[in-house]
Design a protein around this ligand. Structure first.
Ligand SMILES: [Fe+2]
Length: 331
């Protein structure tokens, strides 16, 4: 189990009551309409007046073709959309992710473009992040079909349907790339993109901003300095780690807890906001006992007294880091 400590407190985004995050989340009308429309207008303007395209402004697309897996065009979004707009989107996404998932580290996105013949084969992104985000700037009315995000349902489709004829969306989620829709899902879930067919006019294709989300250092808001909170957490978590290292190494994924520290230093309300930890061994049922003991241990921590209530969002990592190499991120 690991706690990221390379970044200290993250002021800002914080609130209290929200449901536990799920494996797949869809947020329609994610941005105020005018912000989404401004980004889309930049895309339309990029493809307009084709006779005036110049190498420095228009030779920007990487045709990413990996046999059997990827066929689409991608670029850095700021080559097409005003950088301030992309920053605004990423700020909103980071606020949403910190609040909903308790995960505050985001990769800088790609802008991807799917035209007739483009698709993504099935794959997972287990080493790219904890969650994938896909934000659509695709027109709702377009002269093309396909482009839906496919996310396979959990479980063995063979064993689950031994006595039942099954097809299509009984086997997978199919999510339309509706304009201004945000889709977020566990990076380990098998996913892809349906083949796009139709007009060769680029503005009729599928456009998405996409990337990955992972854990940052604990997010601390309130009077207690983040370093004092980290110190208290280390005192509780390091012995727990030693005692349970043998059991914990069989598990993989993020666990995020959110709790309050009262002015007297004691832990008040504490709840799990994200639990995507799974056992590598089939049939293992020991996780709830381990996470229960961890919660108990955290409830017993006494932090220094403060002038008011402090709220802490604590992301913990079980298993190895998701990335082998660092990538450019948005903080
Ligand atoms: Fe992917």
């Amino acid at each position: 189990m690991t706690m990221v400590t390379s970044v200290t407190g993250e002021p800002g985004v914080m609130a209290c009551a929200q449901p536990q995050a799920d494996a797949l989340m869809i947020v329609d009308n994610f941005l105020p309409r005018e912000f989404a429309a401004a980004m889309r207008a930049d895309i339309d303007s990029h493809f307009a007046t084709p006779y005036k395209h110049r190498p420095d402004t228009h030779q920007v697309w990487n045709f990413w073709y990996v046999p059997q897996t990827y066929t689409y065009l991608r670029t850095q979004p700021e080559r097409v959309i005003q950088r301030a707009s992309v920053e605004h989107f990423m700020g909103a996404l980071r606020a949403w992710s910190s609040e909903t998932l308790g995960l505050a580290r985001l990769s800088w996105p790609y802008l991807s473009f799917y035209i007739n013949g483009c698709r993504q084969g099935l794959h997972n992104d287990a080493q790219n992040g904890r969650f994938a985000f896909v934000y659509s700037l695709t027109r709702d009315e377009r002269r093309s079909t396909g482009g839906e995000t496919i996310v396979l349902r959990r479980g063995d489709p063979f064993l689950r349907n031994l006595r039942k004829a099954t097809a299509g969306t009984a086997l997978y989620e199919l999510i339309e790339p509706c304009f201004n829709r945000l889709v977020v899902f566990d990076d380990r879930m098998v996913h892809g993109v349906q083949l796009v067919e139709g007009s060769m006019d680029p503005v009729e294709g599928r456009f998405v901003l996409h990337g990955h989300i992972e854990e940052s250092a604990p997010i601390v808001t309130g009077p207690l300095p983040p370093e004092q909170v980290l110190q208290g957490l280390r005192c509780a978590l390091e012995p727990f780690d030693k005692e349970h290292a043998d059991q914990a190494r069989h598990y993989d994924g993020p666990l995020v807890l959110r709790f309050t520290i009262s002015p007297d230093g004691r832990v008040g309300s504490l709840r799990v906001i994200l639990d995507r930890v799974f056992a590598e061994r089939e049939g293992d049922v020991g996780w709830s006992a381990i996470s229960g003991k961890l919660v108990e241990r955290l409830r017993a921590v006494v932090f220094p007294a403060g002038a008011g209530e402090t709220i802490v969002t604590l992301p913990l990592r079980f298993g190895s880091p998701v990335r082998r190499q660092d990538i450019p991120t948005h903080r």
